[in-house]
Design a protein around this ligand. Structure first.
Ligand code: F6P
Length: 331
């Protein structure tokens, strides 16, 4: 990696990848914290794609007022294919130089951090702030947007339970999470799901789904909630199989992008604000090419290359506890 010697004066901030509730709170804190510490802050619209195209404008304290409570990202976001080549990275760095941007704060998930690392390797200092509803950033116990998405999904599933109960049906609900099962597992616990299907655990359909549902029925249950993480399969296929094998009427619902919207919860606003101030502290103190992380109850920063090598798995104990709470043994 190239050495950084220049003083940081002008910083850019962008959001990239899937939006997450709390991204606006993070941008606001980068801007207000940055201005407090004497930085000039540029907003880069539409993620790396916007950086590449010079879609860049000044931000000030006023431009981020009334943003804290809003979902989405007012800087907008994109999944940039053009950026993913050495030429794309070079062009993005040249465009940053046009605006005298000395460092870039990137807010997003795994793909965003890989893009940031590519910039860092070519000499553009970066700081990454984890924001994705999937909570799947290995180096951090928490990602901005996760709590809001959990609550949004929970409210939707509570409503689905009302109708499943009235019709004595099995409601099979597919939640987001990409290749990870955090959202599914934790919303499943919060909603009292009978079955939670996640990519981290191999599924035996007869034992883990059919038998569990039938045991529930035989001990007096009349409706069932099955949560399927999108990375583990399809709710529609699962509903069809349950209906044909168990003979219980089943309906599938894909919660989809509604899980990404809405006003961020207190946790997401606070976490976003504090993580962003940590990013500004890194820039002020010359700790460059860092990822902000939440670890064991504290916000800290890690070297980007090291952070991207980390691996994350779901705690086996949490999975086991979800099983204890389901109806299968003790309803
Ligand atoms: O990473 C966030 C996420 O919402 C995933 O849970 C989901 O798989 C993906 O993004 C959907 O992406 P898109 O918005 O491109 O459809």
């Amino acid at each position: 990696m190239k050495q950084q010697h220049q003083t940081i004066r002008n910083i850019g901030v962008l959001t990239s990848g899937g939006d997450a509730p709390g991204m606006n709170a993070a941008i606001r804190a980068v801007v207000r914290g940055g201005i407090h510490d004497g930085f000039h802050v540029y907003g880069i619209r539409r993620g790396f794609h916007g950086l590449w195209r010079g879609d860049i404008d000044d931000l000030n304290g006023q431009s981020v007022s009334e943003r804290l409570q809003r979902g989405g990202t007012f800087l907008m976001t994109a999944r940039s294919a053009t950026f993913n080549s050495p030429e794309g990275v070079q062009k993005a760095i040249e465009m940053a130089k046009v605006f005298n941007i000395d460092a870039i704060v990137t807010i997003g998930g795994d793909g965003t951090f890989r893009g940031a690392r590519d910039l860092a390797r070519q000499g553009m200092p970066v700081i990454g702030i984890p924001a994705t509803i999937d909570n799947d950033i290995a180096c951090s116990d928490y990602t901005i947007g996760y709590d809001t998405a959990l609550n949004t999904a929970m409210e939707a599933i509570d409503k689905l339970r009302d109708t499943a109960m009235s019709h004595e049906r099995c409601s099979v609900i597919e939640v987001m999470g990409r290749k990870a099962g955090y959202l599914a597992l934790n919303v499943g616990i919060a909603c009292g799901a009978e079955v939670i299907v996640i990519p981290e655990v191999e599924l035996n359909f007869e034992r883990d789904v059919i038998k569990v549902i039938l045991q529930g029925r035989n001990s007096g249950k009349h409706h069932y909630i099955v949560i399927v993480a999108e990375g583990a399969g399809s709710a529609s296929e699962m509903a069809q199989k349950i209906e044909s094998v168990a003979g219980i009427e089943a309906r599938a619902t894909i919660l989809g992008h509604l899980q990404r919207g809405g006003s961020p919860t207190n946790r997401d606003r606070t976490m976003a604000s504090m993580m962003a101030l940590q990013a500004i502290e890194c820039l002020r103190e010359g700790r460059l090419n860092r990822i902000i992380a939440y670890k064991n109850g504290s916000i800290l920063d890690l070297d980007i290359e090291e952070a991207l090598k980390a691996e994350k798995t779901i705690d086996a104990a949490e999975i086991a506890r979800a099983g204890i709470l389901s109806a299968r043994r003790n309803f």
